[in-house]
Design a protein around this ligand. Structure first.
Ligand code: SF4
Ligand code: SF4
Length: 359
């Protein structure tokens, strides 16, 4: 008997480009950034959106890099709206002019997520490597809310800014965000390269958590606060992407289909291209998407654990980066024989004058 097909992905992350005017040291884009000349063209992306709608995808997140670096973003948003796909733009905001905002609204954009590098201007602009960015971001936030769109403000936190979480939440409130995301850095790509400079101390983490918990109570019913905790102090891993090939599909600028944006780090895995294979075939039948789907692939420790369908064994890319084996239990789990590598990374972390800025 044939195995049943998996449920379709709920959301598609369209990484339209790796180009970005900012240079955040925690960027989760790969170290080997895809060039502009390798990016899919407008027709390729539209064909992909057609296929996504046809298989039952509900949401499209236009991301990057900076999605506004693509001249066809308005066109793609309009196409998504015509297909009745919910569209979200994940942007740094520095390119969101009045004209672009008006065009996006006319095209039917549903939501914008705006990233901030810090609440404090000088620090934000050092972290993002872009002078004048904070003022542009404030103006972008005002344009988004004036257009009547829901705004999520996103703050990635780490050793250099984690002490200002209360100010970040206050800034998010002032900007009339409907959602504020406080996300500890996830250590992939440039973030992993700069991990020693970015890992917060235990005290910083505990303080940030306390501030978020208090704000959640204070703002209940008015503003939602999402909090993404760092794996390096965790006892159990997160359900990375809700499980491999279960809810999300990522498309790289050149059209590679990935179960998560960091999956390209896995050696020996060929990720299919949406230029050559249909999205349905990739999702339902490709070896790359079946590889860690479900529980059959798991080591005994996870396969016999009652959390196996809660965290799905954690993150495969983190398992590879920290243990050398993509099929190992995520070392963020305290049951993992490799859990000590997390504590060693924390011990090795400390203030650092320089990080390696992304290209
Ligand atoms: S994390 Fe920073 S550098 Fe990376 S895409 Fe976002 S804004 Fe650009
Ligand atoms: S052993 Fe595996 S399934 Fe169990 S909590 Fe740890 S990572 Fe999750």
């Amino acid at each position: 008997m044939k195995a049943p097909l998996p449920q379709p992905p709920m959301a598609l992350l369209a990484e339209l480009t790796h180009r970005c005017p900012l240079k955040c040291p925690y960027c989760s884009n790969p170290l080997d950034l895809e060039r502009a000349s390798a990016e899919m063209n407008t027709d390729d992306w539209k064909r992909l959106l057609d296929q996504a709608a046809a298989i039952g995808v509900l949401q499209v997140h236009f991301s990057g890099g900076e999605p506004l670096a693509r001249r066809d973003l308005v066109d793609l948003v309009r196409h998504a709206a015509q297909l009745e796909l919910y569209s979200n733009i994940i942007t740094s905001g520095v390119m969101l002019t009045d004209k672009v905002m008006a065009a996006l609204v006319e095209a039917g954009v549903d939501h914008v997520q705006l990233s901030f590098q810090d609440s404090e201007t000088a620090s934000a602009e050092i972290i993002g490597g872009y002078a004048g960015a904070q003022e542009k971001k404030m103006a972008a936030a005002a344009r988004i809310t004036a257009a009547g769109l829901p705004l999520t403000t996103n703050f990635v936190i780490h050793r250099l800014n984690a002490d200002r979480v209360a100010d970040m939440i206050a800034l998010g409130e002032r900007l009339a965000s409907s959602r504020i995301e406080i996300a500890h850095t996830q250590y992939y790509g440039w973030g992993l390269l700069n991990r020693s400079a970015l890992l917060p101390t235990r005290e910083q983490l505990d303080h940030a958590t306390k501030v978020v918990e208090a704000a959640r109570i204070r703002l209940k019913g008015a503003v939602t606060i999402d909090y993404v905790v760092p794996d390096y102090y965790a006892a159990r891993p997160k359900a990375c992407m809700g499980g491999w090939g279960r809810r999300f599909i990522n498309i790289s600028p050149s059209g590679k289909a990935l179960p998560c944006h960091a999956a390209e780090t896995l050696p020996g895995v060929t990720f299919p291209s949406v230029r050559e294979t249909s999205l349905a075939d990739i999702w339902n039948h490709s070896e790359a998407f079946k590889m860690f789907r479900g529980t059959d692939w798991m080591p005994d420790l996870c396969r016999t654990c009652d959390r196996r369908e809660i965290d799905w064994g954690g993150c495969r890319c983190q398992a590879l980066a920290l243990t050398g084996d993509a099929a190992a239990t995520d070392p963020a789990c305290e049951l993992s024989p490799d859990h000590a590598v997390m504590a060693r990374a924390v011990e090795d972390a400390g203030p650092q004058a320089n990080w390696k800025a992304r290209a």
